[in-house]
Design a protein around this ligand. Structure first.
Ligand code: PLP
Length: 460
């Protein structure tokens, strides 16, 4: 047994030995680096016993809330029964149950599930499936990928190439060639009397496909609601038009639902909300509510069968030791079953208007809030200098708000959520899907306090 350590020892050892993800040095080396020791429902507790509201569901993933003993029990039972087996050559019941459950909830003929361990790996696997599928169909020249500006699709080198955030990519070049980006939907609406085909972003997509040569493009990747750049809800008909464009050119449509699946938008899958069956659907996060690492790709039946049946392929030449791990998939079964049996999606849909009304009030009360965007339990507030006068934030204010002003204000009200600087100055909100009206009101009060701090800072 390891010795019981004091909080300051834990902090100091973290600073010495634990190399942080996406964290600036001064944050990691802060004397007050938070140490979270326990979670329960929508709340987290730090080492001093202080209670924090988890306004981001971990990292958009703890959909069923923290501290569920039923999910923990499913993991324990699986570990005792069969801690490890593969998804190669022989099946095991936990991953079969999880795949069957997930395919049963997925739209259309998304029938096959390829399990991996994270969102990045799911995107990586979708890129590889698309490429090998086209090899198997005698179209090996179809290798290119098109995705949207400011989109985040993960950190492994293929997923990073597909990501549309330049600052995350520049340290790691050269990346996978043959990736183009087209504008996201920020600020877009279908013109009066027009259709989604008239949206400038989709016109650029068509132009990009034509420029590259449609016969060289393998896949278009997009999130149902794009996280990075601030919860971009698609304009009316956008996804149906994306589907039509991909069909016209024989390109695979990949819906990256690492955030948008498993209830985040009030539906099992985000693409279903927008009336479309994608060819491939990537997921992670909410599939296990964070109780164990799990990601996956849902694949349309005809594509999976065609790859396996083809003489050129016959095998998806891709896999991982932990892919479809028994414990992670048993956790997914317990998690998704609980989500279904406890009608958690109904909770999201029922409380959505209440939450949106609260966000309207925050906007009205604070000149520094440009607008809120989002749907379900997935929102962004975008800040500006003063929306009444049209004054924009200065570059210095943008940095100060995200690094100092918002974190300090959040801490004052015991709120954990995410200030974001990707493409705008944003505050992201993504509470656990089990949050009730009272929790959402507490979250809204916290957001109101953060917006007051932003008002004061940019006014001064
Ligand atoms: N795709 C999307 C849409 C994401 O939001 C994320 C992570 O936030 C990823 C992929 C990468 O997932 P992971 O961090 O599990 O690798």
């Amino acid at each position: 047994m390891s010795a019981v350590r004091t909080t300051s020892e834990i902090r100091s050892l973290a600073q010495q030995h634990l190399f942080p993800h996406f964290t600036r040095a001064e944050v990691w080396h802060d004397a007050d680096l938070p140490v979270i020791v326990r979670g329960e429902g929508c709340y987290l507790y730090d080492e001093s016993g202080r209670r924090w509201l988890d306004g981001l569901a971990g990292l958009f993933c703890v959909n069923m809330g923290h501290g569920r003993s039923d999910i923990a029990a499913a993991a324990t039972k699986q570990m005792e029964q069969l801690a490890y087996w593969t998804n190669w050559s022989a099946a095991h019941p936990a991953s079969v149950e999880a795949a069957t459950l997930i395919a049963g909830l997925a739209p259309g003929d998304l029938e096959r599930v390829f399990f991996v361990n994270s969102g990045s790996e799911s995107v990586e696997s979708a890129i590889k499936f698309a490429r090998q599928y086209f090899v198997s169909q005698g179209q090996p020249q179809r290798t290119k990928i098109i995705s949207r500006e400011w989109s985040y699709h993960g950190t492994t080198l293929g997923a990073l190439a597909v990501t549309g955030i330049e600052k995350f990519k520049t340290p790691f070049g050269p990346l996978m060639p043959g990736v183009r980006h087209f504008p996201n939907t920020v600020g877009e609406a279908v013109p009066e009397g027009g259709t989604a085909a008239d949206l400038p972003s989709l016109r650029v997509l068509v132009q990009t496909i034509e420029e590259e040569g449609p016969e060289t493009v393998a896949a278009v990747f997009a999130e149902p609601v794009q996280n990075s750049r601030g919860a971009l809800v698609p304009p009316e008909g956008y996804w149906r038009e994306l589907r039509a464009i991909c069909d016209r050119y024989g390109i695979l449509l990949v819906s990256d639902e690492v955030i948008c699946a498993y209830g985040r938008l009030g539906e099992w899958f985000g693409s279903a909300k927008y009336g479309v069956v994608p060819d491939l659907l990537t997921f992670a996060k909410g599939a296990s509510s964070g109780y164990a690492p799990l990601g996956g790709v849902l694949i349309r039946e005809e594509l999976a069968s065609a790859l396996l049946a083809s003489p050129q392929a016959g095998t998806f030449t891709h896999g991982a030791t932990w892919g479809g791990h028994p414990v992670s998939t048993a956790v997914a079964v317990a998690n998704i079953s609980a989500m279904r049996d406890e009608h958690v999606l109904d909770n999201v849909r029922a409380l959505e208007p209440h939450f949106q009304h609260g966000l309207d009030q925050v906007v009205q009360a604070h000149p520094s809030v440009r607008e809120w965007r989002g749907t379900g339990f997935f929102y962004a507030l975008e800040f500006t200098g003063d929306r009444h006068t049209g004054r924009e934030l200065t570059g210095q204010q943008q940095v100060e708000l995200v690094r100092e002003v918002m974190p300090r204000a959040m801490s004052k009200v015991n709120l954990i959520t995410r200030p974001d600087d990707r493409g705008a100055t944003l505050l992201m909100l993504s509470p656990p899907l089990v949050a009730d009206r009272e929790v959402l009101d507490e979250l809204l009060a916290g957001v109101d306090a953060v917006a007051s701090a932003v008002d004061a800072h940019v006014r001064g």
